[in-house]
Write a protein that binds this ligand. Structure first.
Ligand SMILES: NC(=O)C1=CN([C@@H]2O[C@H](COP(=O)(O)OP(=O)(O)OC[C@H]3O[C@@H](n4cnc5c(N)ncnc54)[C@H](OP(=O)(O)O)[C@@H]3O)[C@@H](O)[C@H]2O)C=CC1
Ligand SMILES: O=CC(=O)O
Length: 284
């Protein structure tokens, strides 16, 4: 996600400096004109605003607050925008560390996958320092089609987790439907068409359904990240004693899929967890 987002900033003429743990992934951006610094600390020291797009809570904290992390290079007059999907507590921890240097913090997780990232069509769910939200508004507009400001740090993270909790359950339910359709002798391709014309139409069904039917899962949103988001959403629900049995059941399916080596496939590979071969080996 970080690469296409950075690519869009470059295309728009933004003066961009990049860092990634695996440096080779920066090379295409560098060849398009991005500068490179060897640590998050040096990126933050040399830029007015630093965007972070990391895999999960641990990596977001490491890159912001760890050795050579951004907090070591940031300070008054600068801003840190974390666009990773993390839980509210992680976001608050990073916010406190960044704010303690005199810099501003905005959480801004995104809704929308690889293609929306490439097309500059992401939806930003922001919360934190309003002044920074206003400063980076034009940059968010380059990378996205809309942006929401949701108030205190934690609210953007929570909104993102609720959205992805729904998405994970929808995909699990769709998977059951595709397999049931096939089992009773109906054509799942027809199911995809029927669904696409009715009230439960969602773009992800018509874009991912045909490849799921062929057992192909080209990665847009990695399954491991969908399971991470369900895990974090269940934690959020637990914190307010909200019952979420559908999401809990879906989470178990993603865990089964992960245990069968599907972590880096697209999250639509969760359908594999419902196939009899896998269910059989789980029950042994
Ligand atoms: N893909 C999608 O459709 C969407 C993803 N998201 C969220 O965006 C975030 C990124 O997703 P995506 O780009 O798909 O994920 P990837 O797994 O492709 O990328 C993860 C990034 O995190 C870096 N990283 C992981 N662990 C560490 C670490 N310990 N220290 C430093 N860097 C680390 C990776 O570096 P390296 O290259 O070295 O491995 C890589 O740059 C996730 O939070 C995800 O939930 C949100 C919306 C859509
Ligand atoms: O987080 C994933 C997405 O598609 O949004």
């Amino acid at each position: 996600m970080g690469s296409p987002m950075a690519h869009n900033l470059l295309k728009a003429g933004v003066d961009l400096t990049v860092w990634n743990r695996t440096k080779t992934k920066c090379d295409p951006l560098i060849s398009l004109g991005a500068k490179y610094k060897p640590s998050p600390e040096e990126v933050a020291a040399s830029c007015d605003v630093t965007f972070a797009m990391l895999a999960d809570p641990q990596s977001a904290v490491d890159v912001a607050c760890g050795k050579h992390g951004a907090a070591n290079g940031i300070g008054p007059g600068k801003g840190y925008v974390d666009v990773s999907t993390v839980d509210g507590d992680t976001s608050k921890l990073i916010s406190a560390q960044i704010n303690s240097t005199g810099a501003l913090f905005l959480e801004a997780p995104v809704s929308g996958s690889k293609k929306p990232a490439e097309d500059g069509q992401l939806i930003f769910l922001t919360a934190g320092d309003k002044a920074l939200y206003e400063t980076v508004g034009s940059l968010l507009d380059i990378m996205g089609k809309s942006k929401f400001y949701l108030g205190d740090v934690g609210n953007g993270a929570a909104m993102k987790l609720v959205v992805n909790m729904i998405m994970g359950s929808m995909m699990a339910s769709f998977s059951e439907g595709l397999l049931l359709c096939e089992k009773v002798g109906l054509d799942p391709d027809v199911l995809v068409k029927v669904v696409s014309q009715g009230a439960i139409n969602a773009p992800m069904y018509s874009t991912k359904g045909p490849s799921m039917i062929q057992s192909l899962y080209p990665t847009a949103f990695p399954l491991k990240h969908q399971q991470k988001d369900l895990r974090l959403a269940l934690g959020l629900a637990e914190s307010v004693s909200q019952s979420t049995p559908i999401a809990a059941a879906a989470n178990e399916l993603y865990k089964v899929a992960k245990s069968h080596g599907l972590s880096d496939q697209d999250f639509s590979a969760v359908i594999e967890a419902l196939k009899s071969k896998i269910q059989h080996s789980e029950n042994q």
